[in-house]
Design a protein around this ligand. Structure first.
Ligand SMILES: [Zn+2]
Length: 113
């Protein structure tokens, strides 16, 4: 389950920040999970609780935001919203799209003590 290793990377990032910013407890983690990132929010929640257990983020609330995915249409040269990787351009129907957003996972915000 790759959500598990994602949670481990998130914990690594939190630990790094804790060292830099000198906090010792994380109470809330806001994540942005792109609709094209192939991450299952439910699996992510499960993995989060397991991985954070015993760490400085144990019991932290997890918020998952899903931003809109966007792509650039090479045919009509505009930025358009998409729901799937294989969607055609909603404006002109071209399949020649380059995904420009919504395909990654990132930490948007940490609430710390
Ligand atoms: Zn187009």
């Amino acid at each position: 389950m790759h959500e598990m290793s994602l949670c481990e990377s998130i914990l690594d990032i939190i630990r790094d920040r804790a060292g830099q910013d000198r906090f010792s407890r994380v109470t809330r983690v806001c994540l942005e999970v792109g609709p094209l990132s192939s991450v299952e929010p439910e699996a992510l929640r499960f993995g989060f609780d397991v991985v954070m257990r015993g760490s400085l983020a144990e019991g932290a609330a997890l918020e998952i935001e899903t931003p809109e995915a966007t792509a650039f249409c090479v045919a009509c040269l505009s930025s358009v919203p998409v729901r799937n990787r294989l969607d055609p351009c909603p404006a002109c129907g071209s399949a020649d799209l380059q995904i420009t957003g919504g395909d990654d996972l990132r930490i948007r915000q940490l609430e710390v003590i």
